[in-house]
Structures are given as C-alpha cells and as structure tokens.
Ligand binder design. Structure first.
Ligand SMILES: C[S@@+](CC[C@H](N)C(=O)[O-])C[C@H]1O[C@@H](n2cnc3c(N)ncnc32)[C@H](O)[C@@H]1O
Length: 525
C-alpha cells in the first residue's frame, strides 16, 4: 500500500480498492471549480486529420475556411509549415522554437521528412515523443518515473489478441524502423509496444472549445483519474492546456471521476467499450442502477416516458407494445453498430434516414441512443454546409429535449458550449432566414436569453479567465449593443437564469418547445 501523494492543492492520489489508484478530494471542492490544471502535458499533438489545421505546439486552429460559427469561438490564426519536414505547422515562431527545443520536433523532423508524403499516425508520432524522453532525461527524473508508473495492460492486450494487438505490434515495429533514420533516436519494438499500450489506456482526446477531437494528449496527472459514466468532474481543454473541473460539490475524500467515453451512449455500448478499450467492467452508480435516464422509451399514445420493463404507461395506462418496443430497440442497436464501423456512411442523407426510422417507431424519445448523436452529427454537417435553419433545429432539439437529461447541471461545460453554438447559429438564422420561426419566437429575445445563460454559467463551466469565457463575454457585449440593452447591470441580474428567468422571455420557451415538437413531427413518417 503506497502513501497518498498530493496531485494538486485540491486532490490527492492513493491506492484504490478495485481500480489500481484513484484521485480523491483533499478537502470540500465547490461545484464548478478547478481541481487541477495542466499547462504543459507530456504529449499534445494533432491527429492526422488536423495536422494541416492545428498548430503543432499550442493547438491553435486555422480558421481561414471555417464557418462563421466556428470563428465565433476563436480569432483567426494563420499556420505555416515546418520547412524541414513539411508535415507539421505552427502559428508562430515562438511555438515552432518551443516545439523544436523543448518538445521533440528536433528529433522527429528528420523521421517525418524521410516518410514524406506519408504521414505517421498520431499513435506512432506520440510514442516516438514518449520514447525520446527516455533518451534525454535521467532514469530517475519525474517524467520517466511518471511514464513508468502508467498502467500498461500489455498482458490484457496480448490476451485479447485480434486487431488491436496486431496494431500494437505493427505500430511498434514500424516506429522502431522509422526511429533508425535519426541517429539519436532508436528503440526496440518491445519497448515501443509497451509505450503504445500505455498511450491507449492513459491518453485523452485533445478537443477544441466545441469539444471536437483534434488530437491526442497524455499527461501523468490527467491519467490518474478513474472513470464513471456519471462522473463528478470533467476534463476541459484550452488549446494544449487542460483542467479538471468539478461538476458538483465534492465532499472531502470523495473519489473524483471523469468519463472516458461519450455520455450519450446506451449502457450496453458503454460497458462494451470500457471493457475492450480499458479492460474493466464498469460498476459505476449509473451502470449499477436499474434506471437508465436515456433509455426509457415513450408511450406511443401520450408520449410520456416509460422506463424499461414497464407493462403499462404510468401516465395513461396504455399497454406498452412489447414486441414493437423490442423491434424499436433492436433498430437503435443496429444503427449504433452500423455507425461505429470504420467505413460507416455518415452522409446527411443516411443519417437523416436513420433518425427518421427511429422516430417513426413512435416509441423512442429524443434521448434514446443513438438519437442524440444523430442530431449532433447532423447539426455539425449542416453548420459545415451553411444550412443554418436545419442546424438550428437539430441543436434546438438537443437543447430542449436532451441536454437537461444528460448534462444535468446548467454549468456542465458541454451544455454551455452547445448553448453558445446554438446562439451563434441563431445569429446566422436571423441574418439569412428570419421568416422561418418569426411567428413562434422573437429571435432577438431568444438570442439574448441563450447568451445570458452561457455568460452566467461560464465561470463555473470553464473558469472566468479561460479563452472561452473571453469569447463569450465579447459576444455578449456585441449582442447587448445590437439588441439595444444599454445597461450591462440590467443584464447581470439575469445571468445564468436561463430563458425562463429573464423577464418577458418565458413565452419564448413555449415557442421553442413548439418548434421542436413540430420538427420531431416532421421526422416521424
Ligand atoms: C487512465 S488509467 C486510470 C488510473 C489507474 N487507476 C491507475 O492506477 O493508473 C485507466 C485504467 O484505470 C482502471 N480504471 C479506471 N476506471 C475504472 C473503474 N471505474 N473501475 C475499474 N477500473 C478502472 C482501468 O484499469 C483502466 O484501464
């Protein structure tokens, strides 16, 4: 049994009865506060798809071709190639110099150049970076100690065999070959395979402010948190930095957990993914509970929620059609499976058809997996295509029907960011197609309501000093002027109260719900 170790002023690491080690609260941690912050992770690099659009050091994104909605999140950045390899890009000389000298680009540049125009996968690039630490640091350094202490699960990878074990061996072998190009970096495949396994078990996706994955991050402190499907904390990125923030008040000595997976998945899929990727059976409070908030069906007569294994609707007494419900659930599972395949057709047409088939069962509510994910994917595609009205309808459905059930606290960072995206899309709707919803809602009032909700929650969700908080405050300032509210003090009173809390906006909520209900009606054939 090892003694507890301080991880940050608010959290300590100690042995866990069933999960190796875990992170615990040193004292009461207030809701919506920072538990630890990592400004310089060991690894934080773009994946293949984002090498061209993200700075290889600070992860700033190029915004030249991004939509105006994405631009609302960050100021435009211009990236230039490293002239050595022409594979990685930087937003400034300072980033390039730091990546060259303090990170590993000095070593990897020649390897990337030798492979050009082929680009190494992010996992191979990451393990080369990890391995480089073993060359440049003394065996007793804290970095080497930290990497050494990460869980490998190598025996589980080997036992599982199949594609993932084959990939571990292939990546290790290939990376060992690549590494020979640099006289300074050359490693044995077995060592690299171990690093690969550590990476898969302990790394996180680096995400943008909109929670879109753009790369891979590994930091010893971040890797110490165990998983729960009902987590009490969350990882929030700001460029290459990240913090772990509390989602509720955490009493002293509570275990602090984050979620490793997408919270919009059904229990069966969540548990299968945790078992195959992280080698454990999840017994968190949500997995152990009979009721899965996302997986209740709805009564085909009155549309009220009906929890699993119920024979009659608790609201209207209508019998639940057992066979039809089983067929609907099987359809949801098959669509989930189909979309998880590498070659899945995720076009707008296909996704829309899947969504329509699920709603047409009349038994599955908007929360039932994978319906939320389909709405989310469609919203993203419509934003990319500049189809604001459709993007708005899908985002609004999530805002009204899904997020309050999944991201229960109003300051949940994902909920706050998505609400901001909804507001940005609404601005585009107001400019392009204002006649669309004019009879049901006052677009300006709704926009103002959404932004006050975001502004009132951003301190807790992201921290008042974060880049996202700055973006939100700037946008709020612009809208306040446009809307003609001349006193910020007036607005301050309403912050965080949501649309309903703002005088005169209650009616808009009813309008938004009516828009969503009508929209879902159009998806039900
Ligand atoms: C990123 S590490 C977390 C820190 C880890 N507990 C340690 O001691 O290094 C991920 C690994 O921790 C373990 N783990 C995480 N969450 C768990 C949970 N809820 N139940 C059981 N094991 C868990 C699994 O072995 C998983 O592969």
């Amino acid at each position: 049994m090892s003694p507890p170790v301080e991880l940050s002023p608010r959290a300590y690491l100690k042995d866990h009865p069933s999960a190796g080690r875990g992170v615990f609260a040193s004292d009461t941690i207030p809701a919506g506060s920072e538990i630890l912050s990592v400004t310089d992770p060991l690894i934080c690099i773009p994946d293949e798809a984002h090498l061209d659009t993200c700075c290889h050091y600070c992860m700033a994104e190029a915004t030249d071709e991004a939509s105006s909605v994405n631009q609302a999140f960050r100021p435009p950045v211009k990236l230039s190639y490293c002239l050595g390899c022409r594979v990685v890009k930087y937003c400034s000389k300072a980033c390039q110099t730091t990546d060259w000298k303090q990170k590993a680009h000095k070593y990897e540049c020649v390897i990337y150049k030798a492979q050009y125009p082929r680009v190494l996968p992010v996992t191979a690039r990451a393990i080369l970076r990890i391995a480089k630490h073993f060359l440049s640091e003394t065996p007793g350094s804290s970095t080497i100690g930290g990497i050494g202490a990460l869980k490998t699960h190598a025996e589980n990878f080997a036992k599982m065999g199949g594609d993932r074990w084959e990939m571990a061996n292939l990546t290790a072998k290939a990376t060992a070959e690549f590494s020979k190009v640099s006289k300074q970096v050359s490693f044995e495949p077995e060592f690299l395979r171990d690093m690969y396994c550590k990476l898969l078990v302990n790394s996180a996706s680096t995400v943008t402010q909109t929670f879109d994955p753009v790369g891979l991050c590994l930091a010893y402190q971040g890797a110490m948190f165990n998983h729960s499907c009902d987590p009490n904390a969350i990882m929030v990125f700001d460029g290459r930095q990240f913090s772990i923030r509390s989602l509720k008040e955490l009493p002293k000595d509570t275990e602090i957990t984050i979620s490793y997976i997408d919270n919009l998945m059904a229990r069966k899929e969540r548990r299968a993914e945790l078992k195959s990727r992280y080698f454990f059976d999840c017994f968190c409070s949500l997995c152990s509970s009979g009721a899965q908030p996302l997986e209740s069906s709805r009564c085909h007569k009155c549309s009220e929620p009906v929890v699993a294994n119920t024979v009659t609707c608790p609201n209207c007494g209508e019998p639940v059609p057992d066979d039809e419900l089983s067929t609907a659930i099987a359809l949801a599972t098959s669509i989930t499976l189909q979309r998880s395949r590498k070659d899945a057709d995720k076009s707008i047409d296909r996704t829309l058809k899947s969504l329509q088939s699920l709603y047409s069962t009349k038994l599955l509510p908007p929360t039932y997996p994978p319906i939320p994910q389909l709405h989310q994917d469609l919203a993203t595609s419509y934003i990319d295509a500049g189809n604001w009205k459709s993007a708005f309808l899908h985002l609004l459905t999530l805002f009204v029907k899904v997020y309050p059930a999944v991201y229960v606290t109003s300051y949940h960072p994902v909920r706050v960011v998505r609400t901001f995206t909804l507001a940005m899309v609404l601005i585009q709707v107001a400019v392009d197609q204002p006649e669309g919803f004019g009879d049901k809602i006052d677009l300006t009032k709704v926009l103002y309501g959404l932004l006050t909700e975001v502004c009132g929650n951003v301190e807790k969700s992201h921290g008042g000093q974060s880049s996202f908080a700055e973006v939100v405050k700037r946008k709020m300032g612009e809208v306040t002027v446009d809307v003609g509210i001349d006193s910020n003090r007036e607005a301050d009173k309403w912050m965080g109260k949501g649309l309903k809390g703002i005088p005169g906006l209650g009616g808009e909520v009813a309008g938004l719900v009516a828009i969503v209900d009508e929209f879902i009606g159009t998806l039900t054939t």
